[in-house]
Design a protein around this ligand. Sequence first.
Ligand SMILES: NC(=O)c1ccc[n+]([C@@H]2O[C@H](COP(=O)([O-])OP(=O)(O)OC[C@H]3O[C@@H](n4cnc5c(N)ncnc54)[C@H](OP(=O)(O)O)[C@@H]3O)[C@@H](O)[C@H]2O)c1
Length: 294
Amino acid sequence: MQQQIVLNNGGSFPALGFGTCAIGAWQQDNEYVVDTILKAIKAGYRHIDTASLYGNERSVGKAIKASGIPRKEFFVVSKVWDCDQGYEETLKAFDASLKRLDMDYIDLFLIHWPNPNKTQSTWQAMESLHQQGKVRYLGLSNFRQADIEQLMSFAKVKPIYNQLELHPYLTQEDLCAVCDKYEIYVSCWSPLGSGTWSGVPTSEKPIADPVVINMAEKYGVSSGQVILKWDLQQGRIAIPKAESEKNIKANLELNSFELSTEEIKEINQLNRDHRYGGDPDTAYEGNMKMRVPE
Ligand SMILES: NC(=O)c1ccc[n+]([C@@H]2O[C@H](COP(=O)([O-])OP(=O)(O)OC[C@H]3O[C@@H](n4cnc5c(N)ncnc54)[C@H](OP(=O)(O)O)[C@@H]3O)[C@@H](O)[C@H]2O)c1
């Protein structure tokens, strides 16, 4: 049985999701992407993370249809991109995502990156989509403390989670404490230290860290599994992306071992505040140059 995240309204979804950013290549949306997602579904994933910016929502929708498994058994996450924030723009961007996914609703819709000038109007559009039953839950991504506090001052529908870059080299403890205070779950993006899009060699990622490797040897698992277990034992969501059948399956097989409290602390101590992806303090300008493909 996969570990579940249980929400205040009694709803739940699997803590381990499948990341889909840059499967094959950046914004690739073709049979290879469909087949990879289908492999993940066959392996047991039911929580799938995409975004309009990834340019692969069509493949996500096709894979879910091709699996033959009822839509309601999936938890599908997508996001509104920076260029599409604002009330009318968000409604339009949501409709485009829904159309590409070829679905009637999205389970969780996130603001991909904070833009404090537009947070209120974007969120109000999302609340209206929620009201209409087009989105089951609303959430955040890359929100800092001040962004969360701003949102909580007006939100009628509360965010269920904040998706953050989080791995052993970027543990974000203070921000996680803020999320806890507001009862917002933390979802970890690039949990293994990022995909090939970052250009970072594996040797520089936390999966190659000797502390993690030693624990993996002790439990007879891979270092990726140790990191994902570290996430889940702390009550977090993780959305690793994998293309090889071996990694796709391994990332779901986390029930054979349990890290001790000491080991969890040891991994926390690997933190070096190192980001592989964008920093919400500086990402805005660069993000505004990146377009969502039709
Ligand atoms: N909200 C945001 O701003 C944001 C930003 C970035 C990413 N994300 C989301 O987070 C997801 C995950 O992040 P990510 O794709 O950057 O990277 P990641 O999940 O940290 O790492 C993916 C890389 O690790 C490898 N890998 C997977 N499982 C492994 C294992 N058990 N052992 C060793 N290596 C393993 C993969 O190889 P193979 O593919 O060869 O198997 C791939 O190269 C994305 O796909 C996306 O959905 C969100």
